[in-house]
Ligand binder design. Structure first.
Ligand code: FPP
Length: 247
């Protein structure tokens, strides 16, 4: 008799194809600690973190996740030492250079969410062009850059007020966010043992499941993604109601 073994990737893909998990968001934490453990500068941790980001983003797409969001640089991260900020910006620019060349092979709609107005116009145009050019692809990768949940909400309310809205519904707010038109994250993963949201997707996470792991972000592997997916499918989501089996 032939015994077929299912690989972990196939198992995750099967679970995802059954529905319920469309959007996973990652808080990529622990780059600094990863570097410190190795006696390396923090910049080395961010470089390894950028590699982990590529690995995880590819894997998520391959197992059929339609939306992936990563917290790459927050509105609060500007307060880090200048050299560290510069290093992170360099990594992000290198990623943009790379993805402009490879986006069509990746078949992913790349979006940068956050207040991009602080960046020079040519960079903003490159990002807008890339998003537009890749909008034909159904898999979405949001890179949160100069992103803060409170700033995003303030921006959304300002936009709604400018549009003359006086009675604002929850749907109006969702439609004015950087993630307009996308499903809310079903699952938010945070690495490196911290258990907080840190101003990430604060509106969109109202009913998200949270998954915390001690793995430092640069060590994050495909198997760690599988573990998060498995755990998600063990949870019962109620969205404030009662599920059939509990009635
Ligand atoms: C948190 O770790 C991580 C960040 C503030 C930056 C995340 C950025 C990357 C993973 C690189 C992104 C690059 C691309 C191309 C998207 P930390 O420095 O706060 O770690 P620590 O808490 O251990 O000090």
């Amino acid at each position: 008799m032939e015994v077929r073994t299912v690989t972990p990737a196939q198992r995750s893909a099967q679970l995802i194809s059954g529905g319920g998990l469309r959007h996973v968001a990652f808080i990529m934490d622990g780059n600094g600690r990863w570097a410190k453990k190795r006696g390396l500068p923090r910049a080395a941790g961010h470089k390894a973190g950028a590699e982990a980001f590529r690995r995880v983003a590819h894997y998520c797409r391959d197992i059929g996740l339609k939306y992936v969001t990563v917290y790459a640089f927050s509105t609060e991260n500007w307060s880090r030492p200048e050299a560290e900020v510069k290093g992170l910006m360099l990594l992000l620019r290198q990623y943009l250079d790379e993805i402009e060349r490879t986006a069509d092979k990746e078949k992913t709609n790349i979006r940068f969410i956050g207040d991009l107005s602080v960046f020079d116009r040519s960079l903003q145009k490159r990002i807008a062009d890339l998003t537009e050019r890749t909008s034909v692809y159904p898999a979405v990768l949001n890179v949160a850059l100069n992103y803060g949940g409170r700033a995003e909400l303030a921006h959304a309310f300002t936009k709604l007020a400018a549009d003359g809205k006086r009675e604002i519904t929850a749907d109006d707010i969702s439609s004015a966010l950087y993630t307009a038109g996308q499903p809310d994250p079903d699952l938010i993963v945070r690495t490196a043992g911290e258990e907080r949201l840190s101003n990430f997707l604060i509106w969109q996470s109202a009913y998200s499941e949270f998954y915390f792991t001690d793995v430092l972000w640069p060590d994050m592997t495909e198997r760690d993604v599988d573990a998060a997916v498995e755990e998600f499918f063990r949870r019962t989501r109620r969205f404030g109601g009662v599920v059939e089996s509990e009635k």
